[in-house]
Design a protein around this ligand. Structure first.
Ligand SMILES: Nc1nc2c(c(=O)[nH]1)N[C@H]1C(S)=C(S)[C@@H](COP(=O)(O)O)O[C@H]1N2
Ligand SMILES: [Mo]
Length: 366
């Protein structure tokens, strides 16, 4: 498989389809996650696209459909750069699985996320060039990969509301961290929808369709929905599930990692925080006493609102405490807060867990 180019420390959840997770310490090593440590989430085949034969089509509720080669789209539209986190809706599912089982899904830790510098063209510019009809309300993307379902094969796809598509923070990216977009990340072109669940950032993009209704693709219409806690997602009417898009405020502790043996008092705690909707991270706090008292963290934001925020805090559990449960929580600029426990965040597909993050550490004798 296409593991070449990835760090040997990356955690493999599956090779076909390729699913790789960044270990917690690696996440916190650099503000921009290098490609070699960047997580991969794939549902099906990994297309090998010949750039010469590649075209992107833009059709549907537009005044003029467009058919663009890679060369044409680079020439015709201004180059745009953006720092944005890709955040998988399944990130932190492992904690939900400890509450109740979630069959058939990957047990992601805190590393189904990465922050990259993306270069490409703005989806807004492309849509304005095609001319959007008055009835348009959603923009659907389809990739070139084939995903086996129970008794059929489908392409991966999904849609975002037109308003988001025109907001200026959705890129059609052909470079990642200054390099040509790697094959595992969607070569030659992918969507990067800042602040939305990773599933809307369709890789190996081949079609954009402007529509009146959301995408009918399996991964939009059935999957990536927040079903009620007592629903069976295999049987449920999709209408029972809320479609996912905009991310909620979230944070995770990366250092120390779960089970780590730590010396010294105070203990330095570091991690990342994210949110959606163009909001910012207002505050991150850490507790070493089960949530009785909290210490505010120092924040390092990115240039763009879709970037993650790095944070670092110090807590003093007292030298005599040999086992410490660290908790972290964030608040965003719209007052969005996290649920205290994964029990509150639990849903049958295990999506968007944004509960307070807990890490259990052991400490050496003082
Ligand atoms: N075509 C296609 N696009 C896709 C996917 C996929 O399987 N096929 N996975 C999605 C999901 S669920 C996530 S989280 C991100 C992961 O992006 P990455 O593999 O570049 O980290 O890609 C999204 N885009
Ligand atoms: Mo995802």
């Amino acid at each position: 498989m296409e593991l070449s180019g990835k760090s040997p420390t990356i955690r493999t959840h599956g090779e076909d389809p390729l699913n790789l997770e960044t270990p917690p310490h690696s996440l916190r090593e650099s503000f921009i996650t290098p490609v070699e440590r960047f997580f991969v989430r794939s549902h099906g085949t990994m297309p090998k696209v010949d750039p010469g034969g590649y075209t992107l089509t833009i059709s549907g509720l537009v005044e003029s459909s467009l058919d663009l080669t890679l060369k044409e789209l680079k020439k015709r539209f201004p180059k745009k750069e953006m720092t944005a986190a890709l955040h998988c809706a399944g990130n932190r599912r492992a904690e939900l699985m400890q509450v109740r089982q979630i069959p058939g899904e990957t047990a992601w830790g805190v590393g189904a996320i990465g922050n990259a510098r993306w270069t490409g063209i703005s989806l807004r510019d492309v849509l304005l060039e095609a001319g959007v009809d008055g009835d348009a309300a959603h923009v659907a993307f389809t990739g070139l990969d084939e995903v086996p379902l129970e008794d059929s094969v489908t392409r991966f796809g999904g849609s975002i509301p037109l308003e988001k598509a025109l907001a200026g923070d959705v890129l059609l990216a052909y470079e990642m961290n200054g390099e040509t977009l790697p094959r595992a990340h969607g070569y030659p072109l992918r969507v990067v929808a800042a602040g939305y669940i990773g599933a809307r950032s369709v890789k190996w993009l081949s079609e954009i369709e402007v529509r009146g209704e959301p995408s009918e693709n399996y991964f939009h219409a059935r999957d990536y929905r927040l079903y009620p806690a007592d629903a069976d997602p295999g049987e449920a009417d999709p209408a029972e599930g809320e479609p996912l898009g905009d991310l909620y405020v979230n944070c995770a502790i990366c250092r120390p990692a779960e089970g780590e043996l730590v010396s010294g008092d105070p203990v330095k705690v570091a991690g990342y925080a994210t949110t959606g909707g163009g909001r910012g991270i207002e505050r991150v706090e850490v507790s070493a006493d089960g949530g009785e008292t909290w210490s505010a963290a120092d924040l390092t934001p990115g240039e763009d609102s879709g970037s993650w925020v790095f944070w670092e805090a110090r807590v003093e559990p007292g030298p005599e405490r040999r086992e410490v449960h660290l908790l972290a929580r964030a608040r965003d600029t719209s007052g969005g807060v996290q649920p205290a426990s994964p029990r509150q965040a639990w849903n049958p597909k295990g999506y968007v867990n944004n509960a307070y993050h807990r890490v259990n550490i052991r400490r050496t004798a003082a």
